[in-house]
Design a protein around this ligand. Structure first.
Ligand SMILES: [Zn+2]
Length: 319
């Protein structure tokens, strides 16, 4: 608390400018709050730290000695208007300074080093990049060559992978046996392009990988309750996934699609055990009070972010 974080801002047009973030919470303010935890979905815990709120998943917290993770909410940040208030997207209708301050706030509370972040630059594709320490800071405090990348994976400790979401499904993958992790942005387009299968195929190349040990979580995202599409999108999915269980016809040529069900089926196909595939069951549009939702806010919204990092010190006791 009270410490300063100095970032070198390497954004085009602002080259070389030194940006100093000051944690301007009154000293000790957040420390004065006790963090509280409340279960809000399947295996999903809402952490409240003052006004700040974020999500953790019990099945990953179980590996807390080797893995750190969280997902943001929209609550407790500095942003205003449509980005109110914990916007973490630099490409939203928000100032860069607000976003940086929001990152620092969340990193402070969730115990991530803001100097360890690696951000995706997403295009609703299926490219997954293996990142290591040499990628730290990309997209955050220096320019990134990780463009067009919707998924990150790593076996490097101390590298915090970050993906962005506002209805699109965050997918956390963790293979505890070989300590490998991947974090994906799987919206409907990325789901149609099977980004999960892509990531699992790349992870399967890692020596010692066992799909049947892998823990998978689909975090808060638009549910089949709210994901309505027209005949065109339905046809694209139905051509690839001919399973009636994934689709519900509603009126006027509209369909609801169960993206989570499709992703889960691809995970099972790739050898994951059904009991290791977790879905928070929380719909960002239904819970628009707590999460940014592209559909719930008619496109004028901020970005949530998912975070995952293999910890530097990983000593797991079997006792
Ligand atoms: Zn919903």
């Amino acid at each position: 608390m009270g410490e300063q974080l100095t970032l070198v801002n390497d954004q085009p047009g602002r080259m070389g400018e030194q940006l100093t973030l000051v944690n301007n919470q009154p000293p000790g303010k957040r420390n004065a709050h006790l963090k509280t935890k409340e279960k809000i979905g399947n295996g999903t815990v809402l952490v409240t730290d003052g006004d700040l709120r974020y999500i953790e998943f019990e099945c990953l917290t179980e590996y807390g000695d080797m893995l750190a993770h969280c997902m943001s909410t929209r609550s407790g940040g500095f942003s205003t208007g449509e980005c109110s208030s914990l916007n973490l997207g630099f490409n939203r209708n928000d100032s860069r300074d607000n976003v940086l301050r929001n990152f620092q706030l969340l990193c402070d509370s969730a115990a991530f080093d803001a100097n360890s972040l690696v951000l995706t630059n997403q295009v609703h594709g299926n490219i997954v990049r293996n990142v290591d320490k040499s990628d730290i800071g990309k997209g955050f405090c220096r320019e990134s060559d990780l463009t067009g990348v919707d998924g990150l994976m790593t076996q490097a400790k101390g590298v915090t992978m970050v993906t962005f979401h506002a209805d699109c499904i965050p997918v956390f993958l963790f293979e505890p046996g070989i300590k490998a992790a991947a974090l994906l942005h799987s919206g409907w387009r990325g789901t149609l392009k099977s980004i999960v299968k892509q990531a699992l195929e790349q992870m399967a190349q890692l020596p010692g990988f066992h799909a049947d040990r892998l823990i998978a979580v689909m975090g808060p995202s638009i549910g089949s309750c709210c994901f309505e599409v027209g005949e065109d999108v339905y046809s694209l999915f139905n051509a690839k996934h001919q399973n009636a269980a994934f689709y519900e016809a509603i009126q006027d040529g509209k369909w609801r699609i169960d993206l989570h069900g499709i992703i889960k089926s691809e995970m099972i196909e790739k050898g994951l055990r059904e009991e290791n595939v977790h879905n928070s069951g929380i719909c960002t549009k239904c819970r628009n009070d707590l999460f940014f939702s592209y559909r719930g806010d008619n496109g004028k919204t901020g970005s949530l972010a998912a975070f995952m990092q293999l910890k530097q010190t990983a000593v797991r006791s079997s006792i």
